[in-house]
Write a protein that binds this ligand. Structure first.
Ligand SMILES: Cc1ncc(COP(=O)(O)O)c(C=O)c1O
Length: 396
């Protein structure tokens, strides 16, 4: 106990079940090494290294000057909800109206609020593993039962739909899908989505479809279960501005869901954040309705880096890496190095000066893999490859 405190900190029991995102821990560790004078190449954090497009920044500044500095409606500004409804209607080929849209500060709150609103203690929630660690963390936190579905490298990190079918029980309340996927870069194909919909059938199971990387697809097209007839009323679509428009620090995301559920998610907003920052939302209208050139520019640049980085990883002893079809991550198999993922990630940080994440920090089925973010310059990515290659030559 801290010697200056007089009273023991008594946390609620549920806090022992709350997980975290190791990316932030690794970043702190890397920063500490940098303070000691070490040079570190940062490939751990999942955020675009680009600046927010200038038209969006200008819209944000102008909104501040015009006084968009007050509370707004909990569910979001009507203009932004309308712009999102139109965008989602177009991109997912469904009719979405603005009362089905809830604007929140980033994509993450939609995960939290959906689970809070839908999962009771003991309810089963199926989620991808390896996967975004917040899913498992929040499921555990709420006392629901976490049911992982294994993503399989041999299927380009998709899962076996028969396995999904075998995991569905009478207690299954929610299935979480994520495509393009963090950490593997896997993408669900049209066929995958149809098979998943068929496995769910007409059961009253909700689907949280995390499509935050929907605009970052390198091969093929984005497919959403929202587009499948009969699934609109059972789907909560999560998308947002963080990755598409390099707006991670603005905190702007949204959920699209049936209006009766949207009312409840808005109530959760009223109880937690009141509303998403108003000027941020005005900038969001510009992001979604304005010039999209920068989105394509960033996508093409991530693709160029992905191609170079994955080819380089495949030349490193003990590493083999599938070509990710979306998002901005590479997820190489490192089993042939003989090292455990966490140990290898820590050692590469300390001895090779490259920060990456252990696959195991994305769930048990991530053991044997590392995650690298390619949201860094090609020059730094090539330098990281050199340093890892040198380290493996010396140590493996
Ligand atoms: C799969 C996935 N979902 C949601 C999020 C959350 O995004 P945001 O920063 O908008 O909350 C992330 C961020 O890394 C992510 O990778």
């Amino acid at each position: 106990m801290n010697p200056t405190t007089q009273h023991e900190l008594r946390l609620a029991e549920r806090m022992s079940r709350l997980g975290t995102e190791t990316a932030f821990e690794v970043l702190n560790k890397a920063r500490a090494l940098e303070r000691q004078g070490k040079k570190i190449i940062h490939l751990e954090i999942g955020e675009p290294d680009f600046d927010t497009p200038a038209n969006v920044v200008e819209a944000g500044i102008s909104a501040l000057r015009k006084g968009w500095t007050h509370y707004g409606p909990s569910a979001g500004l009507p203009e932004l909800r309308q712009a999102i409804a139109e965008d989602v209607s177009r991109s997912r080929s469904v009719k979405v109206t603005s009362d089905e849209v809830v604007v929140v500060p980033g994509g993450k709150p939609i995960i939290f609020f959906t689970l809070l609103a839908l999962a009771d203690v003991g309810d089963e929630v199926i989620y991808p593993n390896p996967g975004f660690p917040i899913y498992e963390s929040m499921i555990h936190y709420l006392g629901a039962k976490a049911v992982p579905i294994r993503l399989r490298e041999e299927r380009d990190f998709s899962f076996d739909v028969n396995e999904l079918a075998s995991l569905i029980t009478d207690r299954t309340r929610l299935i979480i899908l994520n495509s393009p996927q963090n950490p593997t870069g896997g993408v669900l194909s049209k066929q995958d989505i149809h098979d998943i919909a068929e496995a769910i059938g007409d059961r009253n199971i909700m689907v949280l479809s995390d499509e935050i990387y929907s605009r970052l697809i390198f091969d093929g097209e984005h497919h959403s279960i929202l587009s499948i007839p009969g699934f609109q009323e059972r789907t909560i679509l999560l998308d947002g501005f963080s990755k598409t428009y390099a707006m991670t620090g603005w905190r702007l995301g949204y959920g699209v869901m049936r209006p009766d559920l949207a009312t409840h998610i808005s109530r959760l907003m009223t109880n937690s954040n009141s509303c998403t920052a108003s000027f941020t939302q005005v900038a969001g209208v510009e992001a979604i309705s304005g010039d999209q050139t920068s989105v394509e520019h960033m996508r093409a640049e991530f693709q160029r880096r992905r191609d170079a980085f994955v080819a380089g990883l495949n030349r490193i002893k003990g590493f083999s890496c599938r070509m990710p079809k979306g998002a901005f991550y590479a997820f190489p198999n490192i089993k042939k190095t003989g090292w455990a993922s966490k140990k290898l990630a820590e050692t590469l940080l300390e001895q090779a000066g490259v920060a990456c994440l252990s696959g195991a920090s994305f769930g048990d089925f991530g053991e044997g893999y590392l995650r690298f973010s390619v949201a860094n310059s090609l020059e730094n990515l090539n330098q990281a490859l050199l340093q890892i290659d040198e380290w493996t030559k010396k140590n493996l």
